[in-house]
Structure formats: C-alpha cells, structure tokens
Design a protein around this ligand. Sequence first.
Ligand SMILES: [Fe+2]
Ligand SMILES: [Fe+2]
Length: 299
Amino acid sequence: MAIGNAPTGGWKATDCMPINILCIGDVVGKPGRNVIAEHLSEFSTERHVDFVVCNGENAAGGSGITPQLFKKLLRYGVDVVTLGDHVYKKLEIVSELRSSERIVRPANLPDSAAGRSWTVVETKDGMHRAAVVSLLGQMFMRTCDSPWGTIDRVLEEIPGEAKIRIVDFHAEASSEKIAMGWHLNGRVSIVFGTHTHVPTADACILDGGTAYISDVGMTGPYGGVLGRKKAAVLQALRTAMPVPFEIARADPRLCGILVAVDPNSGKAESIERVEIAGGATTGAIYDPDDGRPQRLVEG
Ligand SMILES: [Fe+2]
Ligand SMILES: [Fe+2]
C-alpha cells in the first residue's frame, strides 16, 4: 500500500541559515559502498552537511539493496535512501520498505507495491524536516504510472510545514528529466536525476528556486561500463551472447550534488557538483550481502 510518513510533531524554523543537502547518485556494489564509507563522514564534517539522500538501487552486487546494506548506508551517514527500477531485485528489502521511514520506493508504482511513496524526516541537527520522494521516468523505462500526476498528488499529501522537498527523478531520457525540472520549478527544493550513471554538466538553480541536475552520476567504479566490467559488456555487445556482468573495480568515485537550501522558504540558494575519488578496491569485489553477479547491464 502506498503510504507516506507524516511528521509526528510541529516544527518551526528558527533562523535563515541555509542548510546543506548532499544528494548521492546510484551506489554500485562494494566499490560504491567503500567510497562512501571512506569519505562521506569527513566530507559531511568539512562542508557542514545537514542532510544526505542516497540512491541505493544498485548497492547489492549492482542490482537492488538488502536490509544489511541499507543499514550500512545509514551508519555511513545517509539519512534517506531512494530507489529506482531495481527496487525489488533483492526481495529481502521489502521488510525495510514496509517498516522504515528512511527508505522510499518509487512513488509512481501501483498502490499494491510495498513501501512508502514519500517520507519526511529530521535533518541531522533536528532543527528542520525534509521530505524525500523517489520517482520513475516513463521513457525507455519499465512500465509505471505517470510521474507527472503522481508527483502532483504527492506534493499535496506532504505536510506544508515540510518546506524542504527533495525529488530523485530516476529516468533515462534527458528531455523527460529537464521537463520534470520545469514541472517542479518553484514547488520543490531539489530535483536530482539518477539512473544513467553518468554525471551531467547542467547543474543550476531554476528561476523558481529549484536546484536541478539531469544526472548526478553513479557512486561506483568508473573504469567500466556503468559500473560493470568493460570486457564482459564488450563481449556481450559484440557477440550477442549472454555474459555475466560483474562489478568493475577501477576508478571508484562518489558523485552527487551539494545544495544549500533556505529552510524557511524551501528555495535553493546554490548548487555544486561533488566528485570524490576513492581508493583502490582491494580483495573480493563481492561480499555475502551482494548476492550473485547479475547478467543484465542496466542503469
Ligand atoms: Fe536504474
Ligand atoms: Fe542505477
């Protein structure tokens, strides 16, 4: 059943200092998790990050997320995990989707789909509350309900006091993403694109005060194809034969955006791309949380 997470008490912003929100792109496997473990805490301290949203749809072996890995991301400093087309690839996550306020499934799935379609949680300092929504695009993607009508309904459901509103638009087509940015211009604080795993150079503040980027890029190994080993992907494309697409190892990076938001108005004041190089991934590329390598290369 589609449910939201209503805040349990009233709150009031007490100052006009902007709060810093970090939105992290698709975490791919162990290399992606490692770079978050290595760098998120230090970066958050240095840049006074008040709230972290992270797309975790590829966290477990490149496809889906398990309860253990969800809790690991929270321990690393993530406040809310968003998902995408791989939402149910690891079915164990359904229990967390049903019970935790810190993970949301794409809102434009049928009501029967497990999980919250939006959530509202406190920022790290407990001073403000932020709403987070995950949304799937329709172009070149799995069948889903209209993201346009869905987000309009969701924004009506979210309590008006939650001025900080963050939308992860998980979509393939840049045209659909840019259009969603304009659709939500002035109505949400941040629209950040995910799914293509490739960062785009169009980070901006739209004229209504919405921070926008078409894709923040994945958090994972860039020395491959969308996080998978390049030799395997090339072999599959050249031969048309199925090949297991294992997680790549080289060049892990944490990619995202850092946005300053006025908590009273919900308007974004600045946006910058974040890209942090991780150390070499040593040892096994999978651990027991990852499951077996997947055969499909998908964003
Ligand atoms: Fe995806
Ligand atoms: Fe992805």
